[in-house]
Design a protein around this ligand. Structure first.
Ligand code: MSP
Length: 479
């Protein structure tokens, strides 16, 4: 029997910005899910990448006095470097400037043109370069884009190609609601985000412009080379193109899960779905819409200048320390307001004093009596599975913390350091390997696999060695 497949995606990040924890949280969430599904024995494809065309990127390159190609190479490299450092186990990193992607995007838009879903008209209105979005009156707050309140929306008036989005209103609603027998049923989580989309759909859909006459940094419209394809139309298709131009990946299409932030929910839950319906393609199975990291009540972003970079966290808390902190504050379903002080406290409590200390103490006692070569039971129960599948990563980590604290309490009660060697051996066996009724250090290491892969491996290595030796340096030094 062929294995179950799991195709998970992150948004592809704009390269005008350096990676920050808003980007990291989405990629890390996808990583946990990818690792979890691999543990279940499924065939996993985890896709991430960068969004490199459009006015915003061209402008950012110009500001730095660079050609867009060179600028994109640098920034895409920076994203990749960060993700590699953090052990994000993506299977492919797509860049929209990849000619293989560009070719399939051209073919796709040509197909919709041939099917009469695209026509030429005049666009007059406002445009937010920050979002790369045509603004409607209902988008505006005090005349500005709510996500870029410091930027004036640009007035635009040009001949563009339009996509007949309005034709798909009924079918999108049907797909979201999963009316009986609709094979295209897809789920939006959490439910309030589904509700938000459905109520906006009630207001009706207007056709949208999908080309730009004055932006040359993009993929040309195949039948009218003076225009380029609207950057969102190009970017959304990455989820499809990667499965087509890579070897042996066609079987993963369509996505099982798109993970996206709330400001791009509309693009993924309405425009993307309409594009797929227009092409007679199957729809994804689920779209997870997360909220934001905020600071002082504002979305963390470059334009507001309140970002925390992954590098800053890594230098203070290490790789797995960073992973732990981001996952335990993952902004879902609500926004997450974090400060460096809070992260430091959490790190010291849960990792330095909690997990790290437990491994050190038990390691030392085992080393003292020359324990090793333990008979290890097969661990494969993932009691955190339900929380992972519900995207409640902090809840999953709390569950693991609970098991750590049960072991800590057991140690305090038994006072193994006062025990004779024979008794000590039994106590340690119970702590390290466990028995039917208790969770052990090795169970904890297993449960940590999707979250802290390096730490999990280190712990397994220490306690399954021929001779247990406590780590020379603490796993999580106090900060
Ligand atoms: N390029 C588009 C996505 C195209 S996908 C076909 C884009 N890029 S982005 O770099 O601006 O944002 C990417 C993701 O980062 C979004 O899901 C966004 O929600 C997320 N975050 C950016 N800032 C964030 C926070 N402060 N907090 C949490 N995530 C946020 O949009």
């Amino acid at each position: 029997m062929s294995k179950k497949k799991f195709f998970v995606t992150t948004p592809i990040y704009y390269v005008n910005d350096r990676p920050h924890i808003g980007h990291l949280c989405t990629t890390l969430a996808a990583d946990v899910l990818a690792r979890y599904h691999r543990l279940l024995g499924e065939d996993v494809f985890f896709l991430t990448g960068t969004d490199e065309h459009g006015a915003k990127i061209a402008e950012a390159a110009r500001k730095e006095g660079k050609e867009p190609e060179e600028f994109c190479d640098e920034l895409a490299g920076e994203f990749k470097e960060n993700w590699d450092k953090l052990n994000l186990s993506y299977d492919f990193f797509i860049r929209t400037t990849d000619p293989r992607h560009e070719k399939i995007v051209s073919e796709f838009i040509q197909k919709l043109y041939d099917k009469d879903y695209i026509y030429k008209d005049k666009y007059e209105g406002l445009y937010c370069i920050g979002c790369e979005k045509f603004l409607t009156d209902s988008d505006l707050v005090d005349g500005k884009c709510p996500y870029h309140p410091t930027k004036e929306p640009v007035k635009q008036s040009e001949e563009n190609y339009f996509f007949k989005l309005s034709k798909f209103e009924r079918d999108i609603k049907k797909a979201i609601k999963g009316e009986r027998g609709d094979e295209n049923h897809y789920k939006i989580v959490p439910p309030n985000k589904e509700h938000e989309i459905l109520s906006k759909l009630e207001l009706g859909l207007k056709n949208i412009s999908i080309s730009r006459a004055e932006v040359s940094w993009g993929i040309p419209i195949p039948w009218d080379k003076k225009q380029t394809i609207y950057v969102w139309f190009d970017a959304l298709l990455n989820y499809y193109t990667a499965t087509q131009f890579l070897k042996d990946k066609k079987k993963f299409w369509p996505a099982d899960l798109h993970i996206v932030g709330k400001e791009i929910s509309w693009f993924h839950n309405v425009i993307w779905q309409a594009m797929l319906l227009a092409a007679d393609f199957p729809l994804p199975k689920k779209v997870l819409v997360h909220s934001f990291y905020i600071s002082g009540g504002q979305k963390m972003s470059k334009s507001i200048g309140n970002i925390i970079s992954p590098e800053k966290l890594i230098s203070r808390f290490g790789i797995d320390g960073t992973r732990y902190l981001i996952l335990s504050t993952f902004p879902y379903p609500k926004d997450s307001d974090i400060t460096m002080d809070y992260l430091m406290e959490k790190y010291n409590a849960d990792l330095a004093n909690g997990l790290g200390n437990l491994v050190q103490r038990v390691g030392k006692l085992a080393e003292k009596i020359g324990l090793g070569n333990l008979e290890v039971k097969d661990v494969n129960n993932l009691e955190t599975g339900v929380s992972i599948e519900l995207f409640r990563f902090s809840q999953a980590l709390e569950l693991i913390q609970e098991n750590i604290s049960i072991l800590d309490k057991y140690i305090e009660k038994e006072r193994p350091w006062e025990q004779t060697d024979g008794k000590l051996k039994n106590t340690l066996l119970k702590i390290i390997v466990g028995d039917k009724n208790s969770k052990s250090i090795l169970d904890i290491a297993f449960a940590l696999k999707p979250f802290l892969p390096e730490t999990s491996e280190k712990i397994e290595k220490i306690f399954t060695a021929d001779k247990i030796i406590a780590p020379k340096k603490p796993l999580f030094p106090r900060v």
